[in-house]
Unconditional design. Structure first.
Lengths: 454, 1063
C-alpha cells in the first residue's frame, strides 16, 4: 500500500513550497490584473474610458456576459491572490528558520497586499464573501458580508499591519514592490488607509476623518520614489500585460478613447505627448464604444509599449489628490487643498517626464488653476490615473465627475460596479440571492456603499 | 498434400443452398457455394471444413480420403454452437449469456475500409453511439449506453485479442473545449480494419464485470485474423481506393450581394469604405475596410471601382495601386476544397503445420486530405502465431506494430489555424480565394485580405488560408506496439490455465508551427509523449459436465495492470527569431520551462466466475472481483464488486414450429472504479521565476485525501427470439445503470480559493431500450434480401451532484454558452441566454423590434443527448452480386453553432439577404424601408433576481428590426444564444457497397481461390438534417464536450472501389 501511495505523489509538482514563492506569485498576479487591458480580464481601462476598441465592442460597451469578466475578476483576486497570500501566511508562521520579528514583518507584507486586494474586490462588487471566504473545506459556499463592515475591518487590519511591518526585516528578493524596504511598506499601508478613508467621506464621515488623519500621521508616500509599483521584466511571462496585448499579440484592437482625448485636448495637457502616440494629426480619440478604424485614431503612447513598464498599485500622485480633498473637507492633514492639488498634478507630470516650465504653464491655465470645484478636482485626478485605471474609475464613481460617455453601441450606462459572477448564481445561489437583495439588486447601476451621490 | 474437395450443400428439404460460407477452420481461407449449392476448395487431409449459413446450424467436416463432401445443413433451432468472445478473452456459448452482446463480422469494417475503423460501426450495433469530429484523422467518440461518468472517461474500452487498448485521445483540454488546437485522433484508429476477423460489443456492466472498472462503459472486443494449421501458404490481398469530396450540404452558402464591413461606419460618403490615397495621386481613394472581417458593407456594384486588398501589396505587381470592380469574389471559400483520396493496401500470408500456424500481414494506408498540404500515412505490420508444444501446452502470440505520420491536420475550434473560423464566422464576401492562392504562390508571403492598414500590411485577424496550409502546419508521428503472449496449459478436460502478458506502448511526437508573419505570435512547440500499459493475467478455467444435464464452468484469475506515462511539452516564447526555422533554440524570448508530466499507476485485481447450466436450458452465473488501485487513498484503495446473470432458453420449453429460438435473460452487476493519479494530495504549480524570485501558486483543484471508489450499479433484462426459420428475429434489452459516488471535480465558488473541489459526488442514471431486428423477407435460390435494424433509446439524467452544488459546468466554450451536468437534467445540458416567452409561448420582442433576451446566460437552451439513434442495413444478394446500404439515423439532441452565432452577425451567409414584407431589401436601413418584422409579440418584461420573469402588456408585433449592420437581430450582438441552438437530428445514407464475387468457373481461369470486387461509398447522402450549412455530427473532438460547433469542417463524401483476392 505504501508503494501504491507513493505512486500517487506527483513527482513534477511539489506539495510544499517556500512562502516566498507564493508572495511573489500573488503580488505579480495582482499587478497583472490591475494593469491588463485584455478583454478577458478586469476592464478598468474601459471602465475609466481611457481606451476603446476598433471592432470588438462588447467590453467597452460594458457587456460583462460575453466573456464573463466578473467571473474572471472574482477568481483572479480570490484564488490567484488572496488564497496564495493566506497560504503563504500559514507557511511562514511554521518556518523554524525565521525569528518572530522576521515572521511578523513578512506577515505584514502579505497583509498589505491582501488588504489592498480585498478593497479592490469590495469596490468592484459591494458585498462579497469575506469572513467565510478562502476556506474551501469548511465553507464551500461562503456567505457574503456587508461591504461597509468589511471596510471597517480592512482599516483596522492596516493598523495591525503597520505594527507587524515595523517588527524587522521582511521578504526582500521575493518582494517585487519595494525589494524589502520596510519603511516604504509602512507608507504604502498608510496610503491604502488614506484611500479607504477618502472613499468613506460621504458614507461615514466620522470614520473617514479619523482614518485619514491616522494614516497621514503615520506617514504616507512622500514622493514618486515611494510609489508602490511592480517592476516588470523584459521576458514573457513577466512583462507588463499591456505589452502582451498591445505589442506581442500583433493585433490592433485598442485606441485612445475620445473621452480622455477630448478632456486633455481641452486642457491642452502636456501629458498627451506621453499618453498618446502621434500616429494621426492631432490627438483624436476613437468613438467610445463605437466601431472605429484603427488607422484613423490616436494610439496609446510608446512608454506603454515597453514590456518593462512598471505596473502601478498606488502612487504619490493619488496620495496628494486624496490629501487635497481631505484638506478641502477640513481634515487635519497639513497643507491646503490647493497646495496638495498642485503637488498632485506636479507629481504626475514629473512622473511622466513633463518639463518644469510646461508644468507651471499648465498649472497657471485658468481651467487648471485650483478653483475648489469637484469637477475640476476629479477631472485632474482622473487624467492623472491614466495608468492606474481602477483608481480612475473609482474617482469618477466617488466624485461623479468628470462626465464619461455613454458607449455608442449599446447605450449602456457606465457601471458603478460589476455584476456578480455567473458562477456565483450557479454555485453559491442562496448566498448570491441574499447579497443581491442586500445591495439593492445585482445590477451595474447599484452603487457601492461609499458611492453616494451628493 | 493439398487436394481439391468438391461437393454440394443442401438443406433438410434437399434444396441446394447458395452462398454457404465454407472456411478451413482456423484460417481465413474460404469459398462460397454457387447457386446450385456446389463448392470447390483446396484443402489438406486433416483440415476441418466449417460450413456456415445464417439460420442454419454450423457444420464441420474433416477432410479424409474422400474428395467429395456433400453436406446437409440443419435448421439451427437452438443456436447451440454459437460461441462468442467475452470479457478477458473467455469464449462462451452465446446462449448461456445473461447479458447483451452484439457481434459484427470483420467485413463490417473491412468492406468499406476507413482510416479509423470505428467509424464503420456507426449504425451497426444498437446502443453504440459513434460520432467522428469530421477532421482528417480526427478522433471518434464511442459511447455505449450513454454517458455514465460526469467528468471522467465515457469511452468504450477496446480489447484486441485480449490486449486492452485505450481509446483516449491526447488532445489538449483547450482543443476539446473549442479554444483551438489539433485533433490528433484517438488510439483505436491504430487498428488495421483488414486484420479484424470479428467484433463483439459487450454492452453492460455485467458483460464487462471481469474487466473491472475500466470497461464499465462497455467494451468492444476485437478478434483478429489468425493463421491455420495447414500446410502451404495462403495469400490474401485487399486493395481499396476511395476519393472524397466535400458534401455541399455541409458547406456554407454565401450571400453574393454585399461586401466587407460591419455597417456604414467608415470614412467614405456612404460610410462603407475607408479613404486612403492608395493610388498615390494625391486624392483619397475608396478602399475596402481591410480590418473588418464581416460582410455587412456596401452592396456590390460592378461599376464601382474600389481599392481592394490586392491593391496595397507592392509584391502583387499587376494589381498594385489598381482599383477593381466591387463584386463578390468569383471563387468563394468553398473553392479551396480539393478531392482527397485514401488508399489502403494490405497483404496477408498465412500458413502452418500440424502444430503451428502463423499469419503475417502488412498494410499501407495513404490518406490525402481535402485541404492542401494535409495527409496521413500509416504502415502496420501484424504477426500472429501459435504453437502446440505438447497436446496440453500451447503458446500464442499477436504482435502489431503501427507507425502513423500526420501532416497538416486541420486546426479546430476558435483559432486562426482553423481556416473554417474565417470561412464560417469572419470574412469578406468580396474576396476571391483563387486570387488569394495565387498571391501566396507568387510571393510566398502572407498576403491576406485582412491587413491592419495600407501602411501596415501585417495581418490583423485572418491569415491568407494558403499561408496557413503551407506555413502554419503541424506534423506528428506515432510509433505503436501492442500485442500479447499467451501460454495455455490444459491439465485435463476440466481444468486449463492461461498465462498472458499483454502490452500496448506508444511514443508520439506532435510538432506545431506558426511562421513569422502570421496573425498569431510565431511559435514552434513540440509534445513528446510516451505511454505504456502492461497487463499480467493468470486465469484458471474449469468446465465440467457433472451429468448430462448439469454443466459447471468458471474461472479464477489475477490481473496486474501497470500504466506509465511520460510527456513533455515545450514551446518557444514570444515569437521566433528566424522565419521558417522551427526549433526551440529559435525562441525570441528565453524559453519558459516545459510542462512535464510523469505518472505510473497500478491496479491489481483478483476475480472469480462460476456458472451452472441445467438441461442446456437454464443458466446462471456469478462473478466477484476485488481491485486495489494506486490512485486512491491507501485506506480506501481496495474494493469488491459482484455480478449475477441468468438466462433461460424458452424455445426449449415451448414446442412450436414457428419459434426457432427464444431466450430471456437478466442480470445485476456492480462495478467499482478508481480515479486518475494525483487526485489525493494538494500540490503547487511552480512557474518561471520573476526577476530571480521563485514563483509558485496553488492549483485550481482542491484534492481530496478521503476519496473512495466510484460505484456503478446496473440491471438489465433482455429477450431474444427468432421465428419462421429465422426469417424474423429480434433482440431487445432494457437496462438501467446508476453510477454513484462519482469522483468529480465539483466547481466551487472561487471565493473559496479554488475553482473546483474533488469529491465523491454525483449520480448519473442511464436507462434505455435497445432493439435489434433481423428480417429476411425474401430468401430464394437466387435472391436474398436481409434487413438489420438497430434502434436504441437512452434516457440519461443526472440524479444528483453534491449538496448545495446545483450545476456542474463541463465546459464554457466561446460564445457565452456552457455545457453542463445538473440534477434533473440530461448530461450535456446547454446553457446560455434564452428568448423571453409570454404565457402563450410567443417570443417577446422589444420596442426596437429585436428579441428580448434573458439577462443571464444560465438558462437551459438544449442538451446534446439524442432521443434515439438507429440504423437500417439492407443487404440484397442476387447470384454473385450483393448490394448493401446502411441508413444511419439520429433523432433529437441539440447543438450550439458558434459559426451561426458569429456568421449571422458578419452577414456572410445566404440567409442574411432577401426582401421584407414591403418588398425592399432587408439590409436597407430602416429609413430606407429595410429591416424585418420578427415573429413574436411586443410586451413588457420584468425580471426577478432568481431569473424568472413576468411578461405583461403583450400586443402584436409590427416593428421592423434593423438589419443593416452586424447588430442585426440574429447575430451575436443582439440575439440570445438560443437563436443558434439547432436540432442535431439526421438521416444519412451512411454506407453502400456493391460487390461481385467471381464464380467458380471464372476462378478456374484465374490463379485465385476467391476474388471479389466492390464499389463502395460512405457518407453518400444526408437525407435530412436541421442545422444549416453543416453536418450535425461535426464537433470538436471525442470526449465529454459535445453539442458545440465552431469552425466545423464539411463532411467528406467518399466513393471508391475495393478488391479482395485470395490465392
Amino acid at each position: 500500500d505504501e508503494k501504491y501511495e507513493d505512486l500517487n505523489r506527483d513527482p513534477k509538482n511539489p506539495t510544499e513550497v517556500a512562502s516566498d514563492f507564493l508572495f511573489t506569485a500573488a503580488t505579480v498576479s495582482l499587478g497583472d490584473y490591475m494593469a491588463s487591458p485584455n478583454v478577458n480580464e478586469p476592464l478598468y481601462r474601459f471602465l475609466g474610458q481611457y481606451l476603446t476598441t476598433t471592432t470588438y465592442l462588447d467590453e467597452p460597451n460594458y457587456d460583462f456576459t460575453a466573456r464573463q469578466n466578473p467571473d474572471a475578476v472574482w477568481s483572479e483576486y480570490y484564488r490567484d491572490v488572496i488564497f496564495d497570500l493566506q497560504d503563504a501566511k500559514r507557511i511562514v508562521m511554521e518556518n523554524p528558520d525565521l525569528t518572530q520579528a522576521e515572521i511578523d514583518a513578512r506577515l505584514g507584507q502579505l497583509e498589505v497586499i491582501e488588504v489592498y486586494t480585498w478593497h479592490v474586490l469590495v469596490d468592484s462588487f459591494g458585498d462579497i464573501p469575506y469572513t467565510e471566504a478562502v476556506q474551501a473545506d469548511e465553507f464551500p459556499q461562503p456567505k457574503y458580508d456587508d461591504d461597509a463592515v468589511i471596510y471597517e475591518d480592512l482599516i483596522s487590519r492596516l493598523d495591525s499591519a503597520n505594527t507587524l511591518l515595523s517588527a524587522g526585516n521582511g521578504y526582500s528578493s521575493a518582494d517585487v514592490v519595494f525589494g524589502g524596504d520596510m519603511d516604504k511598506w509602512m507608507m504604502f499601508a498608510n496610503s491604502i488607509k488614506l484611500r479607504l478613508g477618502m472613499r468613506l467621506q460621504d458614507a461615514n464621515p466620522g470614520l473617514a476623518q479619523s482614518t485619514v488623519e491616522d494614516a497621514v500621521a503615520d506617514g504616507v508616500l512622500m514622493s514618486n520614489d515611494d510609489n508602490a509599483t511592480i517592476e516588470y521584466q523584459s521576458n514573457d511571462p513577466n512583462t507588463n500585460p499591456l505589452w502582451e496585448d498591445l505589442v506581442q499579440s500583433g493585433r490592433s484592437d485598442f485606441l485612445i478613447s475620445e473621452t480622455i482625448a477630448d478632456y486633455m485636448n481641452d486642457l491642452n495637457d502636456p501629458r498627451r505627448m506621453v499618453y498618446f502616440d502621434e500616429n494621426v494629426d492631432g490627438y483624436i480619440g476613437g468613438d467610445y464604444g463605437g466601431s472605429n478604424n484603427y488607422g484613423s485614431f490616436t494610439h496609446i503612447g510608446d512608454p506603454f509599449l515597453d514590456p518593462t513598464r512598471e505596473g502601478i498599485l498606488l502612487d504619490y500622485t493619488e496620495v496628494e489628490f486624496n490629501l487635497s480633498k481631505a484638506a478641502d473637507l477640513g481634515y487635519n492633514v497639513g497643507g491646503s487643498a490647493e497646495s496638495h492639488y498642485n503637488n498632485a498634478i506636479t507629481a504626475s507630470m514629473e512622473y511622466w517626464g513633463v518639463s518644469d516650465s510646461e508644468i507651471s504653464d499648465y498649472l497657471s491655465q485658468p481651467s487648471v488653476a485650483y478653483d475648489g470645484s469637484v469637477t475640476q478636482f476629479a477631472t485632474q485626478f482622473w487624467i492623472a490615473m491614466f495608468d492606474n485605471p481602477f483608481e480612475g474609475w473609482s474617482t469618477w464613481r466617488l466624485y461623479d465627475a468628470p462626465a464619461l460617455n455613454i458607449p455608442s453601441d449599446s447605450g449602456s450606462d457606465v457601471p458603478l460596479r460589476y455584476t456578480y459572477p455567473v458562477d456565483e448564481q450557479n454555485l453559491n445561489n442562496t448566498n448570491y440571492i441574499e447579497a443581491a437583495t442586500a445591495i439593492g439588486g445585482d445590477d451595474t447601476q447599484t452603487p457601492i456603499f461609499w458611492d453616494i451621490n451628493e | 498434400q493439398e487436394r481439391t474437395i468438391t461437393g454440394t450443400v443442401t438443406d433438410e428439404d434437399d434444396l441446394p443452398l447458395p452462398g454457404v460460407n465454407i472456411v478451413i477452420k482456423g484460417t481465413s481461407t474460404g469459398v462460397q457455394t454457387d447457386f446450385d449449392g456446389n463448392y470447390s476448395i483446396n484443402a489438406n487431409q486433416g483440415d476441418v471444413l466449417v460450413f456456415s449459413f445464417v439460420g442454419l446450424k454450423q457444420a464441420e467436416y474433416t477432410v479424409s480420403n474422400n474428395d467429395q463432401i456433400d453436406v446437409v445443413m440443419e435448421a439451427d433451432s437452438a443456436q447451440l454452437d454459437e460461441v462468442v468472445v467475452t470479457a478477458l478473452g473467455i469464449k462462451r456459448e452465446k446462449k448461456s449469456l445473461g447479458y447483451a452482446t452484439q457481434e459484427v463480422g470483420g467485413e463490417a469494417v473491412s468492406d468499406v475500409p476507413q482510416q479509423n475503423f470505428v467509424n464503420s460501426l456507426s449504425g451497426k450495433v444498437s446502443g453504440l453511439s459513434i460520432k467522428s469530429s469530421g477532421t482528417l484523422g480526427g478522433s471518434t467518440n464511442v459511447v455505449i449506453r450513454g454517458n455514465s461518468s460526469l467528468t471522467g472517461n465515457n469511452q468504450a474500452l477496446f480489447v484486441i485479442d485480449g490486449t486492452p487498448v485505450s481509446n483516449l485521445n491526447t488532445n489538449s483540454s483547450d482543443q476539446r473545449s473549442g479554444r483551438g488546437g489539433y485533433d490528433y485522433g484517438n488510439a483505436a484508429s491504430d487498428i488495421n480494419p483488414n486484420d479484424i476477423a470479428s467484433i463483439n460489443v459487450l454492452k453492460g456492466a455485467a458483460a464487462t464485470a471481469l474487466y473491472g472498472a475500466r470497461a464499465a462503459n462497455g467494451a468492444v472486443i476485437i478478434e483478429t485474423k489468425k493463421g491455420s494449421k495447414k500446410k502451404g501458404i495462403g495469400v490474401s490481398i485487399q486493395s481499396s481506393l476511395t476519393v472524397s469530396n466535400a458534401d455541399k450540404n455541409t458547406l456554407p452558402e454565401y450571400q453574393k450581394q454585399y461586401g466587407a464591413g460591419y455597417g456604414p461606419y467608415y470614412g467614405s460618403a456612404d460610410g462603407y469604405f475607408n479613404l486612403y490615397d492608395i493610388s498615390k495621386d494625391g486624392t483619397l481613394d475608396e478602399s475596402t475596410p481591410f480590418t473588418e472581417d464581416a460582410s455587412f458593407g456596401a452592396p456590390f456594384d460592378s461599376d464601382r471601382m474600389i481599392y481592394q486588398w490586392n491593391s496595397i501589396y507592392p509584391s502583387l505587381e499587376s494589381t498594385y495601386q489598381e482599383a477593381s470592380p466591387w463584386v463578390a469574389g468569383e471563387n468563394d471559400p468553398n473553392s479551396i476544397w480539393q478531392t482527397g483520396y485514401t488508399s489502403i493496401n494490405s497483404v496477408a500470408l498465412d500458413g502452418g503445420n500440424e502444430t503451428s500456424s502463423f499469419r503475417i500481414s502488412g498494410t499501407h494506408l495513404n490518406q490525402q486530405g481535402n485541404l492542401p498540404n494535409s495527409k496521413i500515412k500509416r504502415n502496420s505490420l501484424k504477426f500472429s502465431g501459435s504453437h502446440d508444444f505438447t497436446d496440453k501446452f500451447s503458446a500464442q502470440t499477436n504482435i502489431t506494430y503501427t507507425k502513423t505520420d500526420g501532416k497538416g491536420r486541420y486546426g479546430t475550434g476558435y483559432s486562426s489555424l482553423n481556416i473554417m473560423q474565417q470561412f464560417r464566422q469572419w470574412f469578406q464576401t468580396n474576396v476571391d480565394f483563387a486570387e488569394q492562392r495565387r498571391a501566396y504562390e507568387a510571393t510566398g508571403q502572407n498576403i491576406t485580405w485582412n491587413p491592419n492598414s495600407p501602411s501596415n500590411l501585417s495581418p490583423i485577424y485572418s491569415d491568407n488560408p494558403y499561408w496557413t496550409f503551407f506555413e502554419n502546419y503541424e506534423t506528428d508521428t506515432r510509433n505503436r506496439y501492442f500485442g500479447n503472449v499467451n501460454l495455455t496449459y490444459e491439465f485435463n478436460d476440466v481444468f486449463s490455465l492461461l498465462g498472458r502478458f499483454s502490452f500496448d506502448t506508444y511514443d508520439e511526437l506532435q510538432e506545431e508551427r506558426i511562421n513569422v508573419g502570421s496573425a498569431d505570435i510565431a511559435k514552434y512547440s513540440r509534445y513528446n509523449n510516451r505511454a505504456s500499459e502492461y497487463n499480467y493475467d493468470l486465469i484458471l478455467n474449469f468446465n465440467k459436465d457433472i451429468t448430462e444435464d448439469i454443466n459447471l464452468d468458471g474461472n479464477v484469475g489475477f490481473n496486474l495492470r501497470r500504466n506509465e506515462r511520460n510527456s513533455i511539452y515545450a514551446s518557444t516564447n514570444g515569437g521566433l527569431n528566424k522565419a521558417g526555422f522551427y526549433a526551440l533554440s529559435n525562441s525570441a524570448s528565453p524559453l519558459n520551462p516545459p510542462n512535464e508530466y510523469e505518472m505510473t499507476r497500478m491496479l491489481d485485481g483478483v476475480y472469480a466466475r462460476a456458472g451452472v447450466g441445467l438441461f442446456n436450458t437454464y443458466f446462471i452465473e456469478g462473478t466477484i472481483r476485488r481491485d486495489r488501485s494506486s490512485t486512491l487513498p491507501s485506506e480506501n484503495n481496495t474494493f469488491y464488486y459482484p455480478s449475477i446473470s441468468s438466462s433461460v432458453i424458452l424455445s426449449n420449453l415451448i414446442e412450436a414450429d414457428w419459434l426457432s429460438f427464444a431466450k430471456i435473460r437478466g442480470n445485476y452487476a456492480e462495478v467499482g472504479n478508481d480515479t486518475d493519479p494525483y487526485n489525493v494530495f494538494n500540490t503547487y504549480t511552480v512557474y518561471a521565476p520573476f526577476d530571480g524570485a521563485g514563483v509558485a501558486s496553488n492549483n485550481f483543484t482542491l484534492k481530496n485525501p478521503e476519496l473512495k471508489p466510484e460505484r456503478m450499479k446496473s440491471y438489465e433484462f433482455g429477450l431474444e427470439a427468432n421465428f419462421f426459420d429465422r426469417r424474423f428475429g429480434f433482440d431487445i434489452s432494457y437496462y438501467n445503470s446508476k453510477t454513484e459516488d462519482q469522483i468529480t471535480p465539483v466547481p466551487v465558488s472561487t471565493a473559496t480559493g479554488f475553482g473546483e473541489k474533488l469529491l465523491n459526488a454525483g449520480t448519473i442514471e442511464n436507462k434505455g431500450i435497445e432493439v435489434a431486428l433481423n428480417i429476411n423477407p425474401i430468401r430464394t435460390d437466387d435472391f436474398n434480401w436481409n434487413i438489420n435494424v438497430n434502434w436504441a433509446k437512452n434516457e440519461n439524467e443526472v440524479l444528483k451532484l453534491t449538496d448545495g452544488i446545483d450545476n456542474l459546468q463541463l465546459a464554457s466554450p466561446q460564445g457565452g454558452i456552457s455545457i453542463n451536468a445538473a440534477p434533473g437534467q440530461p448530461y450535456g445540458a446547454i446553457r446560455g441566454t434564452d428568448f423571453v416567452y409570454d404565457d402563450q409561448g410567443n417570443k417577446v420582442i422589444n420596442s426596437n423590434g429585436y428579441y428580448a433576451k434573458t439577462p443571464n446566460s444560465n438558462y437551459i437552451i438544449g442538451d446534446f443527448q439524442p432521443d434515439w439513434i438507429g440504423g437500417i442495413q439492407n443487404t440484397f444478394t442476387y447470384k454473385n452480386i450483393s448490394l448493401g446500404f446502411l441508413i444511419d439515423i439520429q433523432e433529437g439532441g441539440n447543438i450550439f453553432s458558434l459559426d451561426q452565432w458569429y456568421g449571422a452577425a458578419t452577414g456572410i451567409y445566404a440567409n442574411s439577404v432577401g426582401t421584407n414584407d414591403l418588398g425592399n431589401p432587408i439590409r436597407n436601413s430602416l429609413s430606407n424601408g429595410g429591416g424585418i418584422v420578427l415573429d413574436g409579440v411586443q410586451g413588457d418584461v420584468s425580471f426577478n433576481p432568481d431569473g424568472t420573469y413576468e411578461v405583461t402588456n403583450t400586443s402584436s408585433n409590427n416593428v421592423r428590426a434593423d438589419y443593416s449592420t452586424y447588430a442585426n437581430p440574429f447575430g451575436y450582438a443582439r440575439a440570445p444564444n438560443a437563436q443558434h441552438v439547432y436540432d442535431a437530428s439526421y438521416v444519412k445514407l451512411r454506407e453502400a457497397n456493391l460487390t461481385y464475387n467471381f464464380g467458380d468457373k471464372m476462378m478456374e481461369a484465374l490463379p485465385f481461390t476467391r476474388a471479389s470486387v466492390s464499389l463502395i461509398g460512405r457518407n453518400l447522402w444526408i437525407i435530412n438534417k436541421e442545422i444549416p450549412y453543416s453536418d450535425p455530427e461535426a464537433g470538436l473532438s471525442s470526449g465529454n464536450v459535445q453539442g458545440y460547433q465552431s469552425g466545423a469542417y464539411p463532411t467528406m463524401r467518399e466513393i471508391g472501389a475495393s478488391i479482395k483476392l485470395n490465392f
